[in-house]
Design a protein around this ligand. Structure first.
Ligand code: TYD
Ligand code: MG
Length: 455
């Protein structure tokens, strides 16, 4: 019996080595080398021996390239079109990553069953019956949706060639394999080789392909970083599974901006688009509660008014607890330190719980101002009027720093009927406040704001 040959491959950059190395000499990451069985020497039958060889590209002068080549196909889902930069581009390879159970299969099956294109939905994860059950839940309107449970890449590409679909969906890249490679499906070698074949197919046939990719513990798409370099667009599905709201962020897009964001709500009959996030992210209750404030945040280019809830209570155990949902814990520690050192609140001895309504993860630093107000409101047990919104970044010395897109934030707060908004003084300077139907207060330091709010 022939001895099995193995190789160590860096899961970050894809460089290989005959022996295990702790630190990758190429990308300098630690502990990324994984053992893999290397390829048999038997002749491979890659995709380019198929009949689509005739579509092979030839070198042409840039000035002669036809612009119309970048044709977009509206997906029928406004939020998805938005993150793709205005629709699906022909021949594009789109990678959709996310935690298990977040809704990747649901989203793409929904696209398959509700679009008006001929779609080939390839699944290596679920059986036809399972897919049918899910499709029945979300409703099938597309007669031209073909389900194919196959994991061998050459076989499925051959079938795709016969079927000539307008769109291909693959769930997931980690289940696919090239039979000529000895390593198991999901290994770096397989993922890379399979993506490569699919990419060649997409480009030569001009058919857009969506690929689902699993995510590893660190939140990166499993497989080499190389995978993200190969595809045209990388979308990341985020959200807390205990809540209904989901966000798709564009991490890379060769055909549009990475500033876009899609918001969905997971319902019993699939994912529903949320074109007006503020209206659901603000709690409907009329009751005034301490610790609750509204932040005028901006994710990508979308403004959203989000409710922030804080609970500050006397620590029961020796070490105070800090817990956050939808916010960066380290940033909370920073804000607590600022409140303690610069404003003199002994908040270090208290348990602090912070919650962003809807379970959405916000990364906008302009949320800081609403958060510090929530914390102090809860600590002092003084409620803040529901008519007030906040936008501003808090610096290490307690100063309020300018934020981007302040006009959009004010407009959104005014549209939703808020009567007052606190913004950084630097942003308020020279602004024509009469343009907005809301009282605008510019603030330079948090002490001044607290005097204003809590007296
Ligand atoms: P799924 O799309 O299988 O996630 P992924 O492919 O990312 O692993 O989705 C999962 C969850 O969504 C599952 O736990 C059930 C729930 N769900 C709904 O709430 N409503 C629905 O209509 C569907 C199809 C799923
Ligand atoms: Mg799935």
């Amino acid at each position: 019996m022939a001895k099995i040959k193995t190789l160590f491959v860096c899961s970050n950059c894809g460089v290989n080595s005959p022996k295990w190395i702790g630190k990758c000499p190429s990308c300098e990451e630690w502990n990324t080398y994984q053992e893999e069985i290397i390829e048999k020497s038997s002749a491979r039958t890659p995709f380019n021996t198929l009949k689509s060889e005739k579509n092979k590209s030839i070198p042409i002068p840039l000035v002669d390239v036809q612009k119309g080549n970048l044709l977009r196909m509206p997906s029928g889902d406004g939020e998805l079109d938005r993150v793709l930069g205005g629709g699906i581009v022909k021949g594009a390879l789109v990678l959709l990553g996310g935690q298990p159970g977040i809704g990747k299969s649901t989203l793409l099956l929904q696209l398959a069953t509700q679009s008006s294109y001929k779609v080939l939905y390839v699944s290596g994860e679920e059986s036809e019956e399972q897919i049918k059950m899910r499709a029945d839940r979300i409703g099938i309107t597309n007669k031209d949706c073909i389900i194919y449970t196959e994991t061998s890449v050459p076989v499925l590409l051959k079938e795709a060639e016969n079927q000539e679909p307008q769109l291909i969906i693959i769930d997931s890249i980690q289940t696919l394999r090239l039979p000529d490679l000895d390593s198991s499906p999901g290994s770096i070698t397989q993922v890379r080789a399979c993506t490569n074949e699919i990419m060649k197919f997409a480009k030569t046939m001009q058919i857009p392909v969506f690929i689902i990719g699993h995510i590893n513990k660190e939140g990166a798409i499993a497989g080499p970083k190389l995978l993200e370099h190969m595809v045209d667009t990388v979308l990341l599905f985020e959200g807390d599974q205990n809540y209904a709201y989901r966000i798709i962020r564009t991490q890379k897009n060769r055909f549009g901006s990475t500033d876009e964001l899609a918001i969905y709500e997971m319902k019993s009959d699939g994912l529903r688009e949320v074109p007006n996030p503020s209206e659901i992210l603000l709690s409907q209750s009329e009751e005034l509660l301490s610790g609750s404030t509204v932040a005028a945040t901006m994710e990508g280019r979308r403004t959203m008014l989000i409710e922030i809830q804080a609970l500050v209570s006397t620590a029961v155990y020796g070490t105070p607890q800090r817990s956050v949902t939808g916010y960066d814990l380290r940033r909370l520690h920073m804000l607590l330190a600022v409140l303690e050192k610069r404003v003199g609140f002994p908040i270090g001895q208290y348990d602090v719980f912070l919650n962003i309504a809807g379970g959405l993860k916000v990364v906008d630093p302009a949320t800081d101002l609403a958060i510090v107000c929530s914390l102090i409101s809860s600590m002092q047990d003084i409620s803040i009027s529901r008519e007030i919104a906040f936008a501003g970044e808090v610096g290490l010395s307690g100063e309020i720093r300018a934020v981007r897109g302040v006009d959009l934030r004010i407009t959104e707060a005014a549209r939703l009927g808020f009567s007052k908004i606190y913004i950084p003084k630097a942003n308020a300077k020279g602004m024509d406040q009469n343009r907005f139907d809301i009282e605008i207060v510019g603030i330079s330091k948090i002490e001044i704001l607290f005097n204003d709010l809590f007296g």
